[in-house]
Design a protein around this ligand. Structure first.
Ligand SMILES: Cc1ncc(COP(=O)(O)O)c(C=O)c1O
Length: 382
């Protein structure tokens, strides 16, 4: 059986061979506990510190301010608690488009008494700056305030105006948290840096699963979610995995050096995929609407296929050897459509969503294979 055509790079990316080689080496030289003071521990520690430097360089911040986590979800959870740690009061500005790891935290804070202002997105999924500005202009002086959003949307690929939000937060004495999990290594870092805290995940950068980071501006304290150890300055207790760190170091280095340039080459592939999918479906009498609007990341196509359920399409395409998704991987397996897409286009249309996310290993042949399979699946049902 030939290997499947993998077009689900927003769910996760295949590990790069240099990442695998570094992790393989680390298994024999860096397996010890990185907190141990002896020589074996120090060898493991070195791997963790090299990763810290690579991740800080990617975020444009200082290695001292990198806190390793289990991934993007934990980094978002850790970030959003931070400004409200002195009591459940304050103001959070965010949106219903966020990844569930931010959305659920915001809903929880709202239940606990933090004022949450949900910013209404524009039709293409962008968040309007003036909506943030008008809420900030009306807030109580001195009220702890956090703006929290994504840089690149995990389903539509929409790019949010992060540099402008950072400047706005600054001018109002508020703070900004950016979920850069889908942005790092894919778009120009200038488009997602500049926040007070940034969430990253290694597995979206061809690194391993099980490791991510929250990187902050100098010296910002975190409110630990776990108790019981002094690792990561006490902000994230628990033994760190030096093998995963070795993989993250290589992945972060690759993401910083050439990542966005490699992703830029995917734009013509993605555009061809969208145009041909729409045209070929139209020939079968099926309407496909594209959710994405510029500015957006170059590798994501988000299709709404009228009369179809996204999860049925995913299953049918899987039988054809094509891996795509109908929502974010963390909500896969549930009958409900993605809450972010439901917030954008309504729950019924959200059920018809199909996300195709290209990545560094994608080729025009993969796009052609997807289009052929889609045509077969849609045609068969006619
Ligand atoms: C935008 C965004 N934030 C956070 C996460 C969560 O990251 P992780 O899967 O590493 O927990 C994801 C994962 O899909 C994501 O796309």
């Amino acid at each position: 059986m030939s290997p499947p055509v993998y077009l689900d790079h927003n769910a996760t990316t295949p590990p790069h061979e240099d990442v695998l080689a570094a992790m393989h080496r680390a298994w024999s030289t860096g397996w010890a506990n990185p907190s141990s003071l002896h020589r074996a521990g120090r060898q493991a520690r070195r791997l963790v510190e090299e990763a810290r430097e690579a991740v800080a360089a990617l975020a444009g911040l200082h290695p001292r301010d990198v806190t390793f986590t289990s991934g993007g979800t934990e980094a978002n959870n850790l970030a959003i608690e931070r400004p409200f740690r002195l009591g459940d009061r304050g103001l959070l500005l965010t949106s219903r488009l966020e990844h569930p790891s931010l959305l659920a935290c915001a809903e929880d804070l709202e239940r606990r008494g933090v004022r949450v202002h949900w910013i209404e997105p524009l039709p293409g999924g962008h968040l309007p700056l003036d909506a943030f500005a008008s809420v900030l202009a009306r807030r109580e002086p001195g009220e702890p305030t956090l703006l929290a959003t994504h840089a690149v949307h995990h389903e539509t690929g929409a790019i949010q105006p992060i540099p402008e939000l950072a400047a706005l937060a600054e001018s109002h004495g508020a703070q900004l948290h950016v979920d850069a999990v889908q942005a790092a290594g894919r778009i120009d870092p200038a488009l997602w840096r500049g926040a007070h805290s940034v969430a990253l995940a290694a597995h979206k950068l061809r690194g391993p699963k099980g490791i991510g980071a929250l990187v902050t501006r100098p010296g910002l304290p975190l409110h630990p979610l776990l108790r019981g150890g002094s690792q990561e300055r006490g902000f994230r207790p628990g033994t760190l995995d030096p093998i995963a760190a070795a993989g993250f170091a290589v992945a972060a280095h690759r993401a910083l050096h050439g990542g966005p340039e490699r992703y830029a080459t995917l734009r013509p592939l993605r555009d061809a995929l969208e145009q041909k999918a729409v045209a070929e479906a139209a020939r079968l009498g099926i309407q496909i609407d594209l959710t994405g609007r510029e500015p957006r990341a170059p590798h994501v196509a988000h299709l709404l296929v009228a009369g179809w359920r996204g999860d049925e399409l995913v299953a049918a395409l899987d039988l054809e050897g094509i891996c795509v998704s109908s929502g974010s991987a963390c909500s896969a397996g549930t009958a409900e459509p993605s809450p972010a897409i439901a917030a954008l286009v309504g729950i019924e249309r959200a059920r018809s969503a199909l996300r195709v996310s290209l990545g560094e290993t994608s080729t025009m042949d993969d796009v052609a294979a997807f289009l052929k399979a889609l045509q077969r699946v849609l045609g068969r049902a006619r």
